[in-house]
Design a protein around this ligand. Structure first.
Ligand SMILES: NC(=O)C1=CN([C@@H]2O[C@H](COP(=O)(O)OP(=O)(O)OC[C@H]3O[C@@H](n4cnc5c(N)ncnc54)[C@H](O)[C@@H]3O)[C@@H](O)[C@H]2O)C=CC1
Ligand SMILES: O=C(O)[C@@H]1CCC=N1
Length: 264
């Protein structure tokens, strides 16, 4: 696949790492205004670093946009004359609707929106996808790319904002939970490094249990909570302190913010 990532920042570089480690590319163009900041990708075979988006577009079939929302419009206007019938445009941009993209480049282009997360760099992204009418004919290509780099599902476009909170911001939320567990483990006597190992692998194990069994989390909780034991005592205290409630409120606040960003 001849892929270009337009805007190799935090997310763009994570996608690039995932694509490189899974050998998913024939050529990969990475663009950024300041190419010096992506020098770590220098020296890889078939990878071109450039600040010239036109060069990247001309030499690629799949264009993945990963710039900040305020920059996309100008970029689309500039590359519009270079787009050909086979280009597949994949936008990861938060709050930038398909219709807004079509208003700039036309409805006759394959347009897909993807909401991955930074775990794409290690092939573990949960990625939500949707497309315009024409893009339905290429959604399988996007699925092939993102399934190689984790798991993907197709959702309606009106759920993209919610998906951003749960999956993209979700990485930060889960990191904070892992950090809090680490801090607790240190207080209970583990060295910091060891404490983090315990926290992250237990988190990984919990997610793996659900993924592999298809069980509801409460089924797994029931297996752990010995009557009158320490687990239920701790769990109930966490809930008295508002664990589930604070998580849900945080997700809703994040969602409200994303809808404000979309309006601006
Ligand atoms: N960071 C994340 O975890 C996620 C971010 N997103 C979305 O992805 C987009 C990018 O986010 P980040 O990577 O965090 O931002 P970022 O600011 O780290 O990266 C954007 C990059 O685009 C470059 N850029 C700006 N104008 C350009 C141009 N004309 N040509 C080429 N490159 C240009 C910037 O120099 C910057 O390096 C945003 O729209 C964000 O909402 C979506 C999911 C997850
Ligand atoms: O925090 C943000 O606004 C962006 C969208 C999802 C991840 N980063």
């Amino acid at each position: 696949m001849k892929i270009a990532i337009i805007g190799a920042g935090n997310l763009g570089k994570s996608i690039a790492k995932g694509l490189i480690t899974t050998n998913a590319i024939t050529t990969l163009y990475l663009t950024r205004r300041n190419v010096d900041s992506i020098k770590d990708f220098e020296g890889y075979k078939n990878i071109v670093l450039t600040s010239d988006n036109a060069e990247a577009v001309k030499n690629s079939d799949i264009l993945i946009f990963a710039v900040q929302p305020a920059h996309l419009e100008k970029i689309l206007i500039n590359i519009k004359p270079l787009l050909h019938d086979n280009h597949v445009l994949i936008s990861t941009i938060t709050g930038f609707s398909i219709s807004r993209m079509e208003n700039i480049i036309g409805e006759d282009k394959f347009v897909i929106r993807a909401m991955p997360n930074t775990a794409i760099s290690v092939g573990k992204s949960m990625t939500c996808l949707c497309s315009n009418e024409k893009g339905k004919g290429r959604i399988k290509i996007a699925e092939a790319i993102f399934n190689r780099l984790g798991t993907s599902i197709e959702i309606p476009e009106d759920k993209m904002q919610a998906a951003t909170v749960i999956c993209a911001s979700g990485i930060a939320f889960w990191m904070r939970l892992i950090r809090a567990t680490t801090q607790g483990a240190i207080q209970l006597g583990f060295e910091a490094k060891e404490a983090q190992e315990l926290a992250m692998h237990t988190c990984y194990g919990a997610a793996s249990l659900l993924i592999q069994s298809g069980n509801h989390p409460e089924q797994e909780i029931d297996r752990v909570t010995t009557p009158m034991g320490c687990t239920i005592e701790g769990l109930n205290e966490m809930e008295h302190q508002g664990l589930s409630s604070s998580l849900i409120k945080g997700l809703i606040t994040s969602f409200e913010k994303i809808n404000q960003i979309k309006k601006n």
